[in-house]
Ligand binder design. Sequence first.
Ligand SMILES: [Mn+2]
Length: 296
Amino acid sequence: MIPYSVTFGGISGKYASWKESKFVVIPYPVDLTTTYQAGTRNGPRAALDASAHMELFDEENKIEPYRSGIFVSTEIPLTTTGPAAALKEVERRVRAVVKAGKLPVLLGGEHSGSIAAVAAMKKKYGQLTVLQFDAHTDLRSEYLGTPYNHACVGRRIVEQGVKLIQVGVRSMSEEEDRFLKKTEDVKTFYASEVRYNVEEVTKGIVSNLSGNVYITIDLDVFDPGIMPSVVTPEPGGLNWFEVTDILRDVLRGNCNLVGFDVMELAPIAGMAAPDYLAARLCYRIMGWIVARQGEK
Ligand SMILES: [Mn+2]
């Protein structure tokens, strides 16, 4: 696979090489179906640039996760004909990463990319559960003329025969509410439940996850106070500790994490903290994965 011009965490040499890396970051700078604000095109690059300023020591796990290797591939090429071509390329690359025994990390870019990453995983593993952090259910059948709209990601995932667990939801349409009532393939934990009963929610999530799990994080799950750099900000979002506490319990649980993504970063000029949060979140997840492997 061809390396990108920027590495993750500013690392270099063997730690950033395809051959030695456990993690493969795939930048997905796509911004075709966003509807309110735009700017996810610049998300992956901003997160990568911010990542160069992180401490590479993981103070929680007392390890340096980068030593497991983090390769960054070239960006998924942009088209203007809709996300279909880009999705095909995402699926192809995720398949190649998995085949090489590495763990794919999609960095977005609008949320549509997750559809293809999940498709690659589903074909590879058969059984798959997706854990989605998101302000929105994304369960629309189609939106503004395309089934690949970022408002349809959850629906496209469920259609693949994948069980979907959502957390942080606080915005949905009547159509999506109706769909949720009749399906048994989706379990939704609302942002208000996290706020008032995070322990129960965490238990509920962990008990719903078994076997192979893919995690997709739409950054709008966070409160706009700490994550204003998203295309569809919703008040009442989760804070850093709520998201990472849930993730920690999930990643220390019994499931087999097969890949993850961090999506929908739309950088605001002059505002470094949200870009940095996205980078830090990626690295924190890598830390738990590496730490758990070390225990085995
Ligand atoms: Mn969302």
